[in-house]
Write a protein that binds this ligand. Sequence first.
Ligand SMILES: [Zn+2]
Ligand SMILES: [Zn+2]
Length: 318
Amino acid sequence: MEIKALVFKDKQLKLTERPQPVPGEDEVLIQVKLAGICNTDLEIMDGYLGFEGIPGHEFVGRVIYDPEAEFTGQRVVGSINISCYECFTCNQGLSNHCLNMRALGIRNKDGAFAEYLTLPRENIYPLPEVVTDKMAVFIEPMAAAVEIPEKVHLRPTDEVVVLGDGKLGLLTAQVFWAMGFDVKVIGKHQEKLQIVKKLGIETFLPGELNRMVDVVVECTGSQSGVETALKIVRPEGKIVLKTTTVEKPSLDLSQVAVNEIKIIGSRCGPFAPTLRLLERHKFPLEEMIDSIFPLERGLAAFTRAKEKGVLKVLLEIS
Ligand SMILES: [Zn+2]
Ligand SMILES: [Zn+2]
């Protein structure tokens, strides 16, 4: 059977037909319902990681086939990393940094911008009814924020500033808010800051916050963001880098040494606790959706997602 898919090949994204993917051993077959376009997908279009195939890693779908039958018929989300469990880092218990890592729609594994995808059973998380498709499609980037306290010790009393009011910044602020932190956001766009302001999160325009804070989470992915982080983090404070950037910022590392700043990188995160947060809190996620396109208009969706300042663009697939 042929399925419709967006395929990135020879530096071009095309809507085309592909054979339906066949689940490997211990894999489930999922019919994709809704998928989100993320900045990583836009970077893939610019050649990030040299990926070719079907992109897309933020999705909600329904399990069509499960060899164990446990998930069959269930509405699910799926974590994106697939480790080999055989290499050196996997054997060290660091399977999150598997040397042969495959990642859904990012590295050596076809992704979610297609009618069907396959994933290992261990990556699958059934969705509680209260978590709608439009909420669940945000779980992957939210999980990346949930991961931060796993990477660096944060005190519950820490004052946290999130830099950036793009998708990742707004989601990270909401997660810290739900975890009980005193969190603030610095961004350039009042209308976007408004989304988190409704939760009671204090927001600032660049330059408005003129004092030091305990923790800064850099979500702008820009040189100026890293500079701002170094400017407002207190001595012995912590900077968390969340974004992957194409440009390589130059850093004043003497300030890191003199002020004994900790800089920590953090990438993907755990789905189970993130699902619990989604179940327990009313996040204003739907306000972060800019537009929804059918898969057939996938190229137009990418054009829209690339426009400056646009929040989440979704693909409705089935
Ligand atoms: Zn993403
Ligand atoms: Zn491995």
